[in-house]
Design a binder for this molecule. Structure first.
Ligand code: SF4
Length: 336
């Protein structure tokens, strides 16, 4: 994918597995992509598609059974997979900020939010006084559009709404000025009005600070209004990657077409059922030899079962992995 400028994050042929009693679960398989300063990249896919595991691998925050078994991750030119504990700590605290789906599991329910933000600021800025850190905490809460920020410092997490708690999580994540912000399903637990406010906040944070934002979501509708580029994942692999307009108006992969069809349409007639891609994701204990989407694809051909398709470059910014894109392939149109 050709995007001008050197990438902030570069992932090359990443493979991550979980070693369980049942065997090796190949959660991420040969994933490569780039992300640049100042862009918002959406990573879309169903549960189990490998999107969260990819970014837990990038930050090396995998659980004990998870292991990166191949590939390369570079952040700001540094090899993340070769970093020491001290370097990783610095990376997670100052290089990369993270926001998760449910803020109540990340915030300490027994501490005022002001104390939690001040702790975060002072942990990475030893020379700053408590008073200066509190002033900075107010500025951070203002930057995430929390009204009466100074008064809210004394609030406990349970006193805030879900949307306000998520804003606090963004404030904590940007407290140390990260270059990359990973937001994993930040709007999933919120109603649509609050969801729209959080997406607006994500865009304004990028505009204000030029931070690169990775927005992980299962909802293609969320990326449509927020992101410049989209990566579509399925079965631990990237199925399609492109600019948001390419993904929506020049959709190349049958799985992306299915995701697009499953976005609720305001013009849909009352009795119409919402579309969902039939079937279930592949078992990554024993991943399919050919195309990961074969079992659920209504356009599958004989070749798809046996051979994994390569990536076809459809434009400098758009690529997809599907045999349908190869006009010369002799097995094309052969039926299942
Ligand atoms: Fe469907 Fe074959 Fe394309 Fe896979 S490669 S998405 S099975 S047509």
């Amino acid at each position: 994918m050709q995007i001008p400028g050197s990438p902030l994050l570069e992932v090359n042929h990443l493979h991550t597995s979980f070693f369980t009693f049942s065997g090796e679960v190949q959660a991420v398989r040969d994933v490569s992509f780039r992300a640049h300063r100042g862009e918002i990249v959406g990573v879309v896919g169903e549960s189990g598609s490998g999107k969260s595991v990819t970014f837990l691998s990038v930050t090396r925050l995998l659980s004990a059974s998870g292991k990166i078994v191949g590939g390369e991750v570079r952040f700001d030119g540094e090899n993340v997979l070769a970093m020491s504990h001290m370097q990783l700590r610095k990376l997670r605290n100052q290089g990369i900020g993270m926001v998760f789906q449910e803020p109540m599991t990340s915030l300490n329910p027994t501490m005022q939010i002001g104390v939690q933000i001040v702790e975060r600021i002072r942990a990475f800025n030893k020379g700053i006084s408590n008073q200066q850190a509190r002033a900075q905490a107010v500025r951070l809460l203002e930057s995430v559009r929390i009204p009466e920020a100074k008064n809210q410092l004394k609030a406990y997490p349970y006193e805030l709404s879900g949307g306000m708690r998520q804003r606090v999580m963004f404030a904590i994540a940007i407290a140390t000025g990260p270059k990359l912000l990973i937001a994993d399903e930040p709007t999933t637990a919120l109603d649509v009005t609050i969801q729209s406010q959080i997406l607006k906040l994500i865009r304004s944070l990028r505009n204000d600070t030029n931070v690169c934002i990775i927005l992980i979501t299962h909802d293609l509708g969320v990326v449509a209004e927020t992101c410049e580029r989209v990566i579509v994942m399925y079965g631990g692999m990237i199925m399609e990657e492109g600019l948001v307009d390419e993904i929506f108006y020049e959709t190349a992969h049958p799985y992306t077409i299915g995701l697009r069809k499953s976005i609720p349409n305001i013009n849909q007639l009352g009795g119409d059922r919402l579309y969902s891609v039939p079937g279930s994701p592949p078992n990554l204990l024993n991943p399919p030899q050919g195309c990961p989407f074969y079992a659920r694809c209504d356009q599958a051909m004989r070749i798809c079962k046996q051979h994994r398709p390569p990536y076809y470059q459809l434009s400098p910014t758009h690529r997809s992995m599907c045999w349908l894109l190869d006009p010369d392939y002799p097995g094309r149109g052969g039926g299942r």
